[in-house]
Design a protein around this ligand. Structure first.
Ligand SMILES: Nc1ncnc2c1ncn2[C@@H]1O[C@H](COP(=O)(O)OP(=O)(O)OP(=O)(O)O)[C@@H](O)[C@H]1O
Length: 531
């Protein structure tokens, strides 16, 4: 008899199987696993089968000759067309190798110690490594999350993951980090359909990009000056995957935040270099404000249509004139276009301001500061659409220093001194998503974080280094046209006429209230007769 408090242990009945049946069961299970593996790895299986057949037919020579020929073909391919070699040969092979020998071996340990493993039904459950794709610099790991996990959990431990696999930098993407290729020709329709399938939204996956070789450690040489700059894609920097990072300048304002000596100058000069072709052809006018007395920009004076570096009065005038240009364009273009297209007659005006805080916070003359703030506010809120853009650099991104921070749609964060400043420059949550701009090593001058088009995750880039020599050459080769400073002459030109408005048919004049309410207001409060 049991009494209250007695412990009853209930165990399911154990099925006793004969040993031979257990052995057969295990063999079938292993055979099935082997077959499944072969089905999933047809290339490896095919190569092994071919290798065995060749070896049996021709002995060692049967193996050595094909390997030598394949190596020679691969070497020539890489030499002639490195990009396609990485995409079709080197990348997949290296990725597979690293998946098996690097990531799989440390996977369980890394996931558990980084806090990404879960326990379900008394058993550990790990995120699943599906695929590794490598290129010259990066490994892209496709990971299936454990049910109930979110990408934010991976983003929080991005640095831990990088160090767990022996690297310094990693980034988590919620969608495939690469863009679908642009297809053309006969097969475009079919390949496009395949791409749509490959690039479909897969919420259960995250992509961990591990920087294997830090391509940003070496200084980036200046890019070629485009004769006709594409204002939607100006090459300014090198990305971690060795591609160019291009700035979309059209219809946006750009804010560059970076501590002193972090390389803000290289961002501004890379932009000037990318625009230089347009400066000479008259498509762009640079209006430059250098509150540091010309230390940064005076060397490139011939490139600039307007330049103010000494008197704050002159800087305020320059901004007022930019507002005048903006107003004139607004009046002229209203109703005709919604976004201004730069032409020689109507060029893009880019107001470049180095150390913006000197104008918005540190200027002692309160009246002048207010005047500057009001012009800047107008330019930032209304100038982008009419081709009057502001590109500004500053060291301290706090609101007291730069009240218009939120009016800059495009932001770049170079090395910063505090973790909190990263979100102030790039927007809330950017640091959690991997923009560790406050942890820049000393060598990382001109290295910064930018937000790539279409992805919320920040990317790390290094801006090209423009030396004094390059600036002198640029100024000599691409001076602004002689009438460049004269844009204000346009401001006086005739504005568009008022459009002729067809008269509408006259409506019958009548009471504005329905008949039932007509006399209502005249009644007494107790609903009596109209007064
Ligand atoms: N892209 C780059 N690659 C390599 N070195 C760079 C790069 N940009 C800047 N440097 C070096 O970093 C140092 C600081 O650069 P720079 O003067 O442009 O910084 P800054 O942020 O504009 O400084 P400040 O706030 O004092 O104006 C310089 O010695 C420069 O040579």
């Amino acid at each position: 008899m049991t009494t209250a408090g007695d412990l009853m242990v209930i165990r399911p009945r154990r099925l006793e199987l004969p040993v031979w049946l257990v052995a057969v069961g295990l063999i079938v299970r292993w055979l099935w696993r082997g077959l499944w593996w072969c089905l999933r790895h047809p290339v490896t299986v095919g190569l092994v089968v071919v290798g065995v057949v060749l070896y049996r037919q021709f002995g060692r020579v049967g193996l050595i000759v094909p390997v030598a020929v394949a190596s020679a073909v691969s070497a020539v391919w890489r030499w002639k067309h490195e990009a396609s070699w990485w995409a079709w040969c080197g990348g997949p092979v290296l990725g597979r190798f690293r998946q098996v020998f690097v990531y799989r071996r440390a996977w369980r340990e890394a996931m558990t110690l980084c806090g990404l493993a879960r326990t379900y039904d008394h058993r550990p459950v790990l995120p699943q490594l599906l695929r590794v794709r490598s290129d010259q610099a990066l490994d892209v790991l496709t990971i299936r999350m454990v049910r109930g996990q979110t990408p934010e959990e991976f983003q929080r431990v991005t640095a831990n993951l990088a160090y767990a696999f022996g690297r310094r930098h990693a980034r988590i993407y919620t969608e495939r980090p690469d863009q679908p290729p642009v297809r053309s020709g006969y097969w475009a329709l079919v390949l496009g359909a395949v791409d749509r399938l490959r690039y479909r939204d897969r919420p259960s996956l995250v992509y961990l990009v591990i920087v294997r070789t830090d391509a940003l450690r070496t200084v980036v040489e200046p890019f070629d000056v485009p004769t006709n700059p594409d204002f939607t894609a100006l090459p300014l920097a090198r990305r971690e995957d060795l591609r160019h990072w291009c700035l979309h300048l059209l219809a946006t304002h750009v804010l560059i935040g970076g501590a002193t000596r972090s390389g803000k100058g290289s961002v501004l000069w890379s932009l000037v270099r990318a625009l230089a072709g347009g400066i000479t052809s008259g498509l762009v006018r640079l209006w430059v404000i250098d509150p540091k007395g010309g230390m940064e920009f005076a060397m490139g004076r011939p490139l600039f249509a307007r330049f103010a570096c000494k008197s704050f009065e002159a800087m305020a005038d320059l901004l007022d004139e930019a507002v005048a240009v903006m107003r004139e364009r607004q009046t002229r273009l209203a109703g005709a276009v919604r976004v201004h297209t730069p032409t020689e007659a109507d060029p893009l005006v880019v107001v470049v301001i180095d150390e913006m805080a000197a104008l918005t916070a540190y200027l002692q003359d309160v009246e002048l500061r207010k005047r500057i703030a009001s012009s800047l506010g107008l330019l930032l809120s209304q100038g982008a659409g009419v081709g009057v853009l502001v590109v500004a650099a500053l060291q301290d991104p706090r609101k007291e220093v730069l009240p218009f921070r939120d009016l800059f749609p495009t932001r770049i964060a170079l090395g910063l001194t505090e973790a909190a400043q990263v979100d102030l420059v790039l927007g809330d949550g950017a640091r959690n998503r991997g923009a560790l701009a406050d942890q820049m090593p000393r060598w990382a001058k001109g290295v910064g974080y930018v937000i790539l088009d279409g992805t919320p995750e920040p990317a790390r880039v290094r801006f090209s280094y423009i030396s004094d020599e390059h600036i002198r050459e640029l100024a000599a080769e691409y001076p602004a046209p002689s009438d460049a400073a004269d844009i204000l002459a346009q401001v006086g030109r005739e504005t568009a006429d008022e459009p002729a408005r067809p008269s509408l048919p006259r409506q019958r004049r009548g009471p504005l209230l329905p008949d039932s309410l007509l006399n209502f207001l005249d009644r007494d409060a107790d609903g009596g007769e109209p007064r």
